[in-house]
Design a protein around this ligand. Structure first.
Ligand code: NCD
Ligand code: ZN
Length: 358
């Protein structure tokens, strides 16, 4: 049986939600990841360091209370899960708040959402350029900017929105602020891979398991699979293969793990007007391992999953390890909230090749 032991990974793009849903999904992350960067798109969004610290506290409390219930004998192994926080960029973001971000040990980045591009992003911004004042200050204070890079022009085809954003917004911005550290989140196209590779070391990208493991046929051909529906949409095979090539490359330092795990209740996914977001946290590492193995590059999984992101964020490398074995296993049909509401993962209906042992 093939197996691999790597430094325990971190998830640099994670939606944990709040309340019952947070309780239902937190162990899927704290079980496998040592740290995570938690996205701020709650309703209302997290816009201040104070709100972020309170949210962080709710996450840690939820993790502990779930562990007391399901792993009472082994709480300390998973209670050390450390969520780092982000603030939602908005027109009210003041210089004082940015100063607080730069001084906060808990808030690692500010997140830009184009208005209306995805779940809870109506609060976002329509003009990237209108934030140049903020970017200038972030560059000076060395605050990381995380970017959801999709055009929101309704005339642009949804499959072209990432490429269009690069051309119209991202490229001019990185020229103007070469020292701003930027994460191009959940990249989905060969255009994004090329863009990131062409930029200096301050521009990097996170990559999800769904964009590495699937193309748009897996979402749309023959039958519609709502649990594989996310923003940005899955793209063509050529895009997927460019992403795989980039993350598994021997010299890869610019691409790192960010699941973009984005749980929604089953009714919001299996719906006549369904939400974007893949619940990937519980099986993300299994899918990443599958992709790296298929490419003959399993030995590079650790760089992508456990080293590159920590280095970019200037954090120490984890001490713990995690072991994955290659064996067929059936993922759980669903996860559940206290009230009995279901959450279905993105691998529903599949047999997985890899499994975590811990
Ligand atoms: C995310 C969500 O549901 O919060 N959805 C998604 O499809 N990725 C929002 C986001 O990251 O775009
Ligand atoms: Zn996201």
């Amino acid at each position: 049986m093939k197996s691999i032991t790597i430094i325990k990974p971190d998830d640099w793009h994670l939606h944990l939600r709040d309340g019952d849903l947070l309780e239902a999904v937190i162990f899927s992350s704290s079980h496998h990841f040592q740290r995570a960067l938690v996205m701020p798109n709650l309703s209302p969004p997290i816009t201040t360091v104070k709100m972020a610290e309170e949210y962080k506290n709710r996450i840690c409390v939820a993790n502990r209370s779930v562990l007391e219930r399901i792993r009472p004998e082994n709480i300390n192994a998973f209670a050390s899960f450390n969520p780092y926080m982000t603030l939602y960029l908005n027109s009210e973001m003041s210089s004082q708040e940015l100063k607080r971000v730069s001084e906060s040990p808990d808030v690692l980045a500010v997140k830009f959402y184009p208005a209306g591009a995805t779940t809870n992003s109506t609060f976002g911004v329509s003009e990237f350029e209108s934030y140049y004042r903020v970017f200038e200050q972030m560059e000076k204070l060395d605050i990381v900017l995380c970017v959801h890079g999709e055009s929101i022009n309704p005339e642009i085809d949804v499959f072209d929105r990432e490429a269009r954003f690069i051309e119209e917004s991202f490229d001019p911005m990185t020229r103007r602020f070469p020292n701003l550290r930027v994460v191009f989140e959940h990249i989905s196209t060969a255009d994004a891979v090329n863009f990131v590779n062409d930029q200096n070391e301050n521009v990097v990208a996170s990559v999800t398991p769904q964009h590495l493991a699937y193309n748009r046929n897996n979402l749309l051909a023959g039958k519609l699979r709502p649990h594989k529906y996310c923003a940005p949409l899955l793209k063509k095979e050529a895009d997927r293969s460019s992403l795989v090539h980039a993350v598994t490359a021997d010299s890869n330092e610019k691409f790192f793990l960010g699941t973009d795990s984005a749980p929604h209740l089953i009714g919001e996914k299996e719906s006549s007007c369904g939400c974007a977001g893949c619940f990937s946290a519980p099986y993300a590492l299994a899918k990443y391992a599958e992709v790296f193995f298929a490419e003959g590059k399993l030995e590079n999984l650790e760089n992508f999953a456990s080293l590159n992101g920590a280095k970019f964020y200037g954090l120490p490398i984890n001490e713990e390890k995690l072991k994955l074995v290659q064996r067929n296993n059936i993922p759980k049909d669903f996860f559940m909230t206290e009230k009995g509401e279901k959450i279905v993962s993105f691998v529903h209906g599949e047999t997985l090749d890899w499994q975590i042992v811990n």
